[in-house]
Design a binder for this molecule. Structure first.
Ligand code: A5P
Length: 228
């Protein structure tokens, strides 16, 4: 079985009856949706909130009960994919272009689980181009600023056309190769007018399930001590 599928199927064990589940986006999530739909058919009662048009379409076709994000207070558990994950369980997401809604969903979720294949586990983030969602207005000038910063920006395209996110924005992918200070970079990117969100997901994943050959490894984020 493929590693994405193994991780996806394992993640279903974290779902309990009655939960409100956040559904991420991407090919690994698609495996998870298929398993979840099976469990629902067998009687599992859940309600879900989707992070993208793509996930909404698949969830609806599988008869997973979806509700609008604005009608909920908290999500019990969100299961999503990732493009890179470092040993502290910080990650890069947005390879599929759904980073903005994914981050909003994650931010209201009591628990976040990422499901990945073993190729996504890296020592340092940055090989995977960092997606930055930007508004179209002034995006050319924003792109120029990123070039001046040596971020090696590229406007994302799909089928020869500028990629448009679900919230009608563009994505500029930054080819950084290595990210030394992810928190600092994230903070400074958010200060550029026109940046909506970055694909740096820091301190968000509680668990990462990584498919590995025929099994999977489960990593839990070590929480820093909270000041009393
Ligand atoms: C969607 O925008 C992304 O954040 C995905 O979760 C991420 O790209 C992982 O995708 P795959 O599961 O397709 O590798």
């Amino acid at each position: 079985m493929n590693e994405k599928q193994i991780a996806a199927e394992y993640s279903i064990n974290f779902i309990e009856d009655g939960m409100l589940i956040g559904l991420g986006t991407g090919s690994t999530v698609r495996f998870m949706l298929a398993s979840l739909a099976e469990r629902v058919k067998q009687g599992l009662k859940i309600t879900a909130v989707s992070s993208s048009a793509e996930t909404t379409e698949m969830a609806r076709s599988l008869k997973i009960n979806l509700i609008d994000i604005n009608s909920v207070d908290r999500i019990d558990l969100t299961i999503d994919g990732a493009d890179e994950v470092d040993p502290e369980l910080n990650g890069i997401k947005g390879g599929g272009g759904a980073l903005l809604y994914e981050k909003v969903l994650a931010s209201i979720s009591s628990k976040n689980i990422w499901i990945v294949d073993s190729s996504k586990l890296v020592k340092k983030l940055g090989k995977f181009p960092l997606p930055v969602e930007v508004i179209p207005y002034g995006s050319k000038q924003l792109f120029d600023k990123f070039e001046k910063e040596n971020f090696n920006p590229v406007f994302r395209e799909r089928n020869g056309k500028r990629f448009i996110t679900d919230s009608k924005n563009y994505i500029i992918d930054l080819n950084l190769n290595e990210i030394d200070n992810a928190a600092g970079l994230n903070a400074s990117l958010n200060l550029f007018p026109g940046v909506v969100e970055t694909g740096l997901f820091l301190g968000i994943a509680d668990y990462v399930i990584a498919g590995k050959n025929e099994g999977c490894d489960v990593y839990e984020r070590q929480k820093k001590d909270q000041p009393k």
